[in-house]
Design a protein. Sequence first.
Length: 186
Amino acid sequence: MWSLFEAHPGLGHLEELKPYAEAAGTWDEVRGRALDLLRERIAVAQDERRARGYGWSHRDATELVRINLWEGDVEAALADAREGGCRQEVWRALAEALEEAEPWEAMIIYREQVESTIERRRKADYREATDMLAKVRDLMDRTGHGDEFPAYLETVRERHRRKRNLMKLLQVLEGARGDAGGAAEV
C-alpha cells in the first residue's frame, strides 16, 4: 500500500493506506512519512518552476490541503494552501470549512476566487461567482463589515460590465438582498 501511495501521493491513497497502518499500529509514523513525502515533492516542483523562471508546476499543495481537510485540521489546510497553492475547487472547500470558525478568512478566499470564476465566461461560472458573492456579502455582514460590500460589488460590476449575463445575475443578487432586508423589517 505504501508503494501505491508513494507512486501517486494523495488523499485517496492515504485513505486506502490508513486501515492497514492502523492495524499494524504504525498510523502515526506512516502518516508523518506520507505528509513529508508530499511536502518534499511540492518543494521540488516549486524549485524547478522557479529555476525555469516561468510557467506553473503541476504539483501544488492541493493534496496536502485535501488531507488536512479530511483530518479536520482546517488551520493546517489554510496554512498549506496559502504557502503552496491549490486547485480552485479545493480553495472553495477550504472556504466552506472556514465559514463558521473563521468567517473573515473564508470571505477572503471567496473574494479571491470570484475573479477567476468569472473569467471562465460561462453562464454556470457566472452563477457560481454570484453564489460566492452572496457568501462574501453574508460573511462580511457576520464580521461587521457589511457596509463594505456595496463598494466591492460595484468594483466587480464595473470590471465586468460588458458581461450581460453576469450583470443580470448581479441584479438578482442585489434584489434578493433588498427583498430579504425588506422582509426582515416588516
